[in-house]
Design a protein around this ligand. Structure first.
Ligand code: ATP
Ligand code: MG
Length: 607
């Protein structure tokens, strides 16, 4: 049976929130106060975006609040967008509202289905659905072009807008600056009828690109330069991916955005601080259009919060694009990229990013978040979830010289360890199976011919446990002609197998990780480090390319235990003692493993 959810009913009751009590913040306070006062209680919802008349025919809005995430489909989303997504969708979820996904595609440009699809995937992957139903299509700002044009004609007729034929240079000069008021355009005094005629000519393609613009008529002396008669429509002969060649005039972003919000009955329009100066125009425009009866009342309100700045990372689509097009990284989804696709391929989970967004909170002051905060969120998430496994990243062979004699020639002894050493309550950890024989791989650094002070691992005469296997006693090593160690030699102490009654009969100071030569599998392991050497790679207009870390990727051939070799793409593991790794989404195949380092076991950033 298929159930269809009526479009635009509020998201179902929030699923078990990922963590307990939410910390309050200024946005939550605003929303709670609006809910208390019933600021938006009288709103109607027409089932789809639309003007005042459309919504008046609808029903009381079932969504208590409406928020929106309005990306421009001109690149892949990054960690800063993840913050915005978690805020907007999270608030709608927490307050019985709906969050809209809207493509802000008012700027005519070549079709960007690649970006559109990647944005849809990213929002879904983060765990959200939009527009009130799991299968709803995202909204598109370009669907509102007709209304935007009608609203512009209304402004012209009401004397709130005029066609300006000054050149770009004249307009710039007459705008004034912070210390100097602007000067009225000679075209400002035209009658509404003249303006309407001109504006229609603009629409009908009778004038050259750039020869004139439609401007709001506000105040050329305003201390806020954004209020000095901002341009609201320009002529631009460009084919739009949605509307084709229907239009040769396009609305400016500052004009389009408030209208998009209002048509969608957004209540709280949340954006980053750089839009603070635009708020007076946002309010001015919506006041004009609501008093004219074109848009529903009360209009949306804009609130600004600080954007995410993360150390050792760049959060600008344009600069990230440069890294891709200059082949500094393998693509938008390179695991070193702070894009959502990059983070995902690196092993980040949606839960870790949601916790990160909650932890950094929402404020109005710009600050830098330390990269280690993000890593800490992933580590905490994987600590509980990721299966353990042993992998030897820098292998040297260990030969148990008495194995054939005490265990039997060619004998392979089966061993098991739990996949989760500390399973959550009520969960039984699966077991992993592997074998030990005469030869095993160990880390090169786990043997010292002459041990430094305090060294507890293998050196001649010392005993250690092969984790999950037996106690062994080191007897020496063999070397090649250059003095490089080729094999470490040891003897197995019989009857000390982990999990058997004799396991504790011999005390050792260390257990080391290992993988059997008989069942270990070669794996490509990509050891990623920070992409930039500088904490603020693009601060102060610096050339961020120069700050790239030349050794942000080192690839090693490791040997992994069978449970890791048979992983599925995207599976995450803790390689015991090394860190958290993910089977690469694109290149990994069971039996032919490729792993990415997601995050180390301990914070290594401050050091
Ligand atoms: P970029 O500067 O990377 O191109 P943008 O702001 O142009 O980003 P949009 O697609 O316009 O990208 O952004 C969609 C939403 O994401 C906007 O509401 C914007 O404010 C928000 N956003 C973008 N970058 C950040 C950030 N670093 N922190 C928080 N929110 C962000
Ligand atoms: Mg933008």
């Amino acid at each position: 049976m298929t159930t269809s959810t009526p479009a635009n009913t509020p998201a179902a009751a929030p699923e078990a929130a990922p963590e307990t009590a939410k910390t309050s913040n200024f946005l939550r306070q605003i929303i709670e106060s609006d809910l208390d006062k019933g600021t938006y209680a009288s709103r109607q919802w027409g089932g789809t975006p639309g003007d005042a008349a459309h919504h008046a025919k609808g029903q009381p809005d079932p969504a208590k609040i409406r928020t929106r995430f309005p990306p421009e489909p001109n690149g892949y989303l990054h960690i800063g967008h993840a913050k915005s997504i978690c805020i907007n969708f999270g608030l709608a979820r927490d307050y019985g509202g709906v969050c809209h996904l809207r493509f802000d595609d008012t700027n005519p440009e070549k079709e960007d289905t690649e970006y559109v699809n990647s944005i849809i995937d990213a929002v879904k992957w983060l765990g959200f659905d939009w527009n009130g139903s799991p299968n709803a299509a995202p909204y598109q700002a370009s669907d509102y072009f007709d209304f935007m044009y009608r609203a512009a004609e209304y402004l012209v007729e009401a004397g709130h807008a005029y066609v300006d034929e000054q050149t770009v240079e004249q307009m710039r000069a007459n705008r004034g600056d912070f210390g100097k008021p602007g000067v009225d355009s000679p075209f400002r005094a035209r009658t509404p009828a003249e303006n309407l005629k001109r504006f229609r000519e603009m629409r009908d393609g009778e004038h050259e690109d750039g020869s004139m613009v439609l401007r709001a008529k506000i105040d050329m002396a305003s201390p806020n330069i954004n209020m000095r008669d901002p341009a609201i429509y320009r002529i631009r002969r460009a084919t739009h991916h949605n509307t084709g060649d229907t239009w040769c005039i396009y609305p400016m972003y500052t004009y389009a955005h408030p209208i998009e919000d209002a048509l969608e009955q957004i209540t709280h329009s949340l954006c980053t601080l750089e839009f603070e100066d635009q708020r007076p125009f946002y309010d001015w425009l919506l006041e004009r259009l609501t008093e004219g009866g074109l848009l529903g009342n009360p209009p949306p309100r804009q609130y600004e919060f600080s954007r995410l700045n993360l150390t050792y990372v760049i959060t600008s689509k344009r600069k990230l694009a440069q890294l891709v097009y200059d082949h500094k990284v393998s693509g938008w989804d390179d695991p070193r990229m702070p894009t959502i696709v990059g983070l995902r391929r690196r092993g980040y989970t949606p839960e870790s990013l949601q916790v990160f967004a909650d932890r950094i909170g929402v404020t109005k002051s710009d600050s830098w978040i330390d990269y280690s905060t993000l890593e800490g969120c992933l580590r905490e998430d994987l600590e509980l979830k990721a299966f353990r496994g042993m992998a030897v990243l820098n292998p040297v062979k260990l030969v148990l010289t008495n194995w054939d004699e005490v265990m039997g020639a060619g004998h392979l002894e089966p061993c098991t360890l739990p996949s989760l050493p500390h399973p959550p309550e009520g969960v039984e950890s699966p077991e992993r199976h592997f074998t030990i024989g005469k030869e095993v791989w160990i880390e090169r650094e786990d043997f010292e011919e002459v041990p430094p002070k305090g060294y507890k691992r293998l050196f001649p005469g010392n005993k250690v446990r092969l984790k999950g296997g037996y106690v062994i006693e080191c007897t020496g090593c063999t070397k090649d002609a250059d003095g490089k160690i080729t094999e470490v030699l040891a003897t197995v102490v019989p009857d000390t197998k982990s999990g058997t009654p004799g396991a504790d009969s011999v005390k050792v100071k260390a257990a080391i990780t290992w993988v059997g030569v008989a069942d270990g599998v070669n794996a490509e392991v990509r050891m990623y480090d920070r992409l930039f050497l500088e904490a603020q790679p693009d601060a102060g207009g610096k050339d961020f390319i120069e700050g790239l870390n030349p050794s942000s990727l080192k690839t090693v051939t490791a040997i992994v235990e069978p449970s890791l070799a048979n992983a599925m793409p995207d599976d995450k593991f803790q390689f015991e003692r090394h860190g958290y790794f993910v089977a690469d989404r694109l290149d990994h195949q069971p039996g032919k493993p490729v792993f990415n380092l997601a995050v180390g076991l301990k914070d290594s950033w401050g050091k």
